[in-house]
Design a binder for this molecule. Structure first.
Ligand code: PMP
Length: 372
């Protein structure tokens, strides 16, 4: 069996030992955080310490952090709870944003960046309170969105801003984002925390109604007994993630070396979003003529984990909706894989990926290999 190499950090990140320890310790805490007795107070302390850590990472007041079951719930709550009549969302948002009822997609440029003029036009086209939702960085291409410009345009139309900052957490400073957006979504498992917990940050000026009702938890903003252990893990991961920004330079060198090697090897390969500001760890690469799913399986047989488009929809055969929205032709979009590096990625791992990429491409001409 080849040694396993994980290059799918945008799908989920390995659990940090400190987060694991925090989860295990909190599992031993008996109380319900809403109970007034000492057991309850102990569980409450665990939750509030984690809230403080997440708030610190996000650069917000702890009272604005609402714990959820993850960013899918946070996105859904943001979009459906906003007290607005119109929802304008960039066309490359996560499905949990795009699924919001009646949302109007805002086009993106070929470079993978929201079209600011189109946003302005769409906001001007109709009256009524509006929400704009734009992600901080795209999960498939890593392209960083111009949140400050989007915020200025939204403000000009008195629209509220929601930002899905899931892929930015631990990779970009969050304070400039939380400083501009009334609502911000985070997910623990993208920064070394456990899966199944996240947060919606609700700013003081947010015109927003809770969507999950039936209990007074989270200051009446999200009903249901808190997932104490997972929240503890989120807090520990958030604390540790404050040091992750230092990794960006090293990851960028590795990622660029990988892309350069692939592009030198194959003039027809395409790196999507390469001309735009991107997360340092993310590459989205089309291998001409080889379906993304075929590549993912071939890499997997070689022990290397990468993904075809968004992991949440892995197993799908359709081309990446993100790339299609960027105007990438379908034959290119259906041959794109995402390679996302992380804290443990080493130069040798990049060499191994590039060697395997070349092998898969060389084998592509053989009859057993399905073409795109
Ligand atoms: N938004 C983005 C940009 C994501 O990458 C993901 C995870 N695929 C989500 C939202 C959903 O997060 P969760 O897994 O916590 O529901």
């Amino acid at each position: 069996m080849p040694r396993a190499l994980y290059l799918d950090h945008n799908a989920t990140t390995p659990l940090r030992p400190v987060a694991r320890d925090a989860v295990v310790a909190a599992l031993e805490v008996t109380g319900n955080p809403s109970s007034v007795h000492r057991f309850g107070r102990e569980a409450r302390r665990v939750v509030e310490e984690a809230r403080f850590a997440v708030a610190e990472l996000a650069g917000v007041d702890p009272s604005s952090v609402v714990f959820t079951s993850g960013a899918t719930e946070a996105n859904w709550a943001a979009l459906s709870g906003a007290a607005v009549t119109r929802r304008l969302v960039s066309a490359i948002e996560h499905p949990s944003v795009l699924a919001a009822e009646g949302c109007v997609p805002v086009p993106v440029t070929r470079a993978g960046v929201i079209d600011l003029e189109a946003l302005d036009r769409l906001l001007a086209a109709e009256p009524g309170p509006a929400l704009v939702s734009v992600m901080a960085a795209n999960n498939e291409t890593g392209v960083i969105q111009p949140v400050a410009e989007v915020a200025a345009i939204a403000q000009g139309h008195r629209a509220m801003l929601h930002c899905d900052a899931v892929q930015a957490a631990g990779r970009l400073p969050l304070a400039p984002i939380t400083g501009q957006a009334a609502l911000v979504s985070l997910s623990a498992h993208k920064l070394g925390g456990p899966r199944g917990v996240g947060a919606l940050i609700v700013g003081g000026d947010a015109r927003w109604r809770p969507t999950l009702r039936g209990g007074g938890q989270e200051l009446r903003r999200r009903a249901g007994t808190e997932a104490v252990a997972l929240i503890a893990g989120f807090g520990a991961a958030a604390r540790a993630a404050t040091n992750d920004l230092d990794q960006a330079g090293r990851l960028c060198v590795l990622r660029d070396r990988m892309e350069d090697a692939v592009l030198t090897d194959c003039a027809d390969a395409v790196v999507h979003g390469r001309g735009s500001p991107r997360l340092a760890n993310t590459a989205c690469i089309s291998m001409p003529g080889v379906a993304a799913e075929t590549q993912v399986m071939a890499f997997d047989l070689a022990g290397i984990a990468v993904s075809a488009g968004a992991a949440c929809s892995s197993g799908k055969v359709a081309a990446s909706q993100v790339l299609m929205a960027m105007g990438v032709p379908e034959d290119q979009a259906s041959t794109a894989i995402r390679v996302s590096l992380g804290g443990q990625t080493k130069p040798d791992d990049i060499d191994r990926f590039v060697d395997e990429w070349r092998t898969i491409r060389a084998r592509a001409g053989q009859p057993a290999f399905a073409a795109a």
